[in-house]
Design a protein around this ligand. Structure first.
Ligand SMILES: [Zn+2]
Length: 288
């Protein structure tokens, strides 16, 4: 059994690695491609060399003794008692842009053990929707929201009577986005949980499990994934309030910098933060 201090530094090493890998998901896709093909295209504009260095830093961190021994310890620990393992990596950690250099030790960041949900707890805490109630819910939802459309997706047919498990829902906001939600339930608990979401441009014709060709929708998919990750038990109704808040995705001002597009990267505000004082989701840039 490792002493607590050693465990703390192992957790920190893995958290930082996880964060830097998450961060790398924002890198230009072409760069990641050329990093794995044997004869990379000659692409070295100065802006890309920064990403290249960061990728090398990640690889370096991955191979470091600290990370390797932490991974071994984690594996042993899981083997000894793998119950109740939950991932509670906080997003404050994720905001860090670069992995720390080995010679500059970082303060240990406390990892929150309680609820880290980004969803409101004060409102909309209805009984989670059961699969048998889904079709009626969709009918009601479409009646109440004329600018949105929700349906069960199944290949070419857009609406079916029977609910599969897992089921894929297709949600559209006219001229703004199309999102595919994978929802499922278990035999012990018939409540529908949102497992994953992929967002696309309104005119993209792609399969639910692929990804958008536009970076803003890929960022949105990641953002929605992060939200689910914060609260894997979130019910469908509550999740839909989040999705509906993207109606003004391309015109909403960020609640931090008050700009529509962020200075860094000129991207719309794809992050949402729940504001308890006015009971709504506030837009924010990922970089703010
Ligand atoms: Zn901003």
């Amino acid at each position: 059994m490792s002493p607590p201090l050693a465990v703390e530094s192992q957790v920190q090493a893995l958290t930082e690695l996880y964060n830097s890998i998450q961060n790398a998901r924002h890198y230009p896709r072409d760069l990641l491609k050329t990093a794995i093909v044997p004869n990379p295209l000659p692409l070295t504009p100065p802006s890309l060399s920064l990403y290249s260095q960061q990728l090398k830093d990640i690889a370096f961190t991955f191979r470091s003794d600290a990370v390797q021994s932490a991974l071994r310890a984690a594996q042993e620990s899981e083997r000894a008692d793998g119950q109740n393992i939950m991932n509670h990596v906080r997003r404050e950690n994720r905001k860090r842009r670069r992995p720390p250099s080995p010679e500059s030790p970082q303060p240990y960041t406390v990892i929150e053990r309680q609820s880290s949900s980004f969803f409101p707890v004060t409102r909309d805490d209805l009984t989670p929707l059961k699969s048998s109630e889904l079709i009626e819910y969709i009918r009601q939802f479409n009646k109440e929201h004329s600018s949105y459309k929700l349906g069960i997706w199944q290949g070419t047919r857009s609406f079916v009577k029977a609910v599969k498990n897992p089921a894929i829902l297709r949600f559209t906001i006219k001229d703004v986005l199309t999102a595919y939600l994978t929802v499922s339930y278990t035999v012990n608990d018939l409540a529908l949980l949102v497992e994953s979401v992929t967002a696309f441009g309104p005119r993209e014709r792609r399969l639910p499990h692929s990804q958008s060709e536009y970076s803003v929708y890929r960022m949105l998919s990641q953002e929605l994934g992060r939200m689910i990750h914060s609260d894997p038990q979130v019910g469908l109704q509550k999740f839909m309030t989040l999705l509906c808040s993207y109606e003004n995705m391309f015109t909403a001002r960020c609640d931090k910098c008050q700009r529509v597009l962020c200075v860094e990267g000129h991207v719309a505000a794809v992050e949402r933060v729940w504001n308890e004082s006015n009971d709504q989701w506030e837009p924010r840039h990922v970089s703010c």
